[in-house]
Write a protein that binds this ligand. Structure first.
Ligand SMILES: *[C@@H]1O[C@H](CO)[C@@H](O)[C@H](O)[C@H]1NC(C)=O
Ligand SMILES: *[C@@H]1O[C@H](CO)[C@@H](O)[C@H](O)[C@H]1NC(C)=O
Ligand SMILES: [Cu+2]
Length: 310
């Protein structure tokens, strides 16, 4: 504990190394559409944590004090494979940054939604009707974020081939659960790409969700302790909508162990649930304590063995 204060002064001299992420490049059938082109990126890489806030819609796309909205609209053939690319900062890929594309502590799901809009450049994103086209959570102990890191920030999914052509916003979201043991705690990272779907069909999803509204602070996928031997995870939001009408069930909605089942192994050392004040330790090799940010501080890595809130 005493060393906190020495470390704190070292941190003041160090460049801040926040562990956040931004969806900042879209690839269509493997072709990059340009860095920060056609995507509403925020001016800050930190998360949204209030699921009732309008900021959870498109992050940087709403408020006039954010960066100007890109005037590019990306053409995407219906049925295309699109790849969303995340990086730690707006500078893009940085192999020398161990927190790029995102710090490995930030485990959680990745989700993608579409909403039809009259004009993909509209500054007003309230009241849109969203449907989910992709999600990936936890399978065999591997989180979607783990795969994203392996794939150097890229996650690939398919645009439904039957939806009507025209302008849409593509909302790609990563939810980091390292501090989700209480609410607010889960960290929502999302940006919206401005796309123009070509081809397609005339099938429109019957059921849509709104943002805010799709998530609640008490959802089992929003308030969840991932350090307690989790074997299944319920991805927030609706099921994935598909053209066949066979809505893909949430792949990891298996029920939590019933009260009659007895764990066969001792769960890992439980992580204390709580919040860490500014200067408090929040991470590092061997660290097992609370990792919940006290707003507006972020967990800042000092070295591999020590991170603290700044
Ligand atoms: C944004 O769109 C919604 C839904 O159409 C509408 O209710 C709201 O008034 C609009 N807001 C602005 C600032 O235009
Ligand atoms: C969108 O796609 C249609 C073809 O479906 C095309 O006519 C239009 O020019 C495209 N671009 C924009 C910005 O709408
Ligand atoms: Cu972070």
């Amino acid at each position: 504990m005493k060393s906190f204060f020495k470390l704190a002064s070292l941190v003041l001299l160090a460049q801040s190394v926040a562990a956040h992420t931004i969806f900042q490049e879209l690839h269509v059938n493997g072709v990059s559409q340009g860095h920060i082109n056609g995507i509403r990126v925020p001016d800050y890489d930190g998360p949204i944590t209030d699921v009732t806030s309008n900021d959870i819609i498109c992050n940087g796309g709403i408020n006039p004090y954010h960066q100007p909205i890109s005037t590019t609209i990306i053409n995407v053939p219906a049925g295309a494979q699109v790849t969303a690319e995340f990086h730690h900062t707006l500078q893009g890929a940085n192999p020398s940054d161990s927190s790029d594309p995102i710090d490995s502590s930030h485990k959680g799901p990745i989700l993608a939604y579409l909403a039809k809009v009259d004009n993909a450049l509209t500054p007003n994103v309230t009241g849109l009707k969203w449907f989910k086209i992709y999600h990936d959570g936890l399978s065999n102990g591997v989180w979607a974020v783990d795969k994203l890191i392996t794939n150097k920030g890229k996650v690939t999914f398919t645009i439904p081939n039957c939806i009507p052509p025209g302008h849409y916003l593509l909302r790609v979201e990563l939810i980091a659960l390292h501090a989700a043991g209480s609410y607010p705690g889960a960290q929502f990272y999302m940006e919206c790409a401005q796309i123009n779907i070509t081809g397609g069909g005339n099938t429109t999803p019957a059921n849509t969700v709104s943002f805010p509204g799709a998530y609640s602070g008490s959802d089992p996928g929003v308030k969840v302790n991932i350090y307690s031997g989790l074997t299944s995870y319920v991805i927030p939001g609706p099921p994935v909508w598909t053209c066949s009408g066979n809505n893909t069930p949430n792949p990891t909605t298996s029920q939590p162990p019933s009260s009659t089942s007895v764990p066969t192994s001792t769960p890992p050392t439980s992580t204390p649930v709580g919040t860490v004040p500014q200067w408090g330790q929040c991470g590092g090799i061997g660290y097992n304590g609370p990792t919940v940010c006290v707003s507006p501080f972020t967990c800042t890595k000092v070295n591999d063995y020590y991170s603290q809130y700044l």
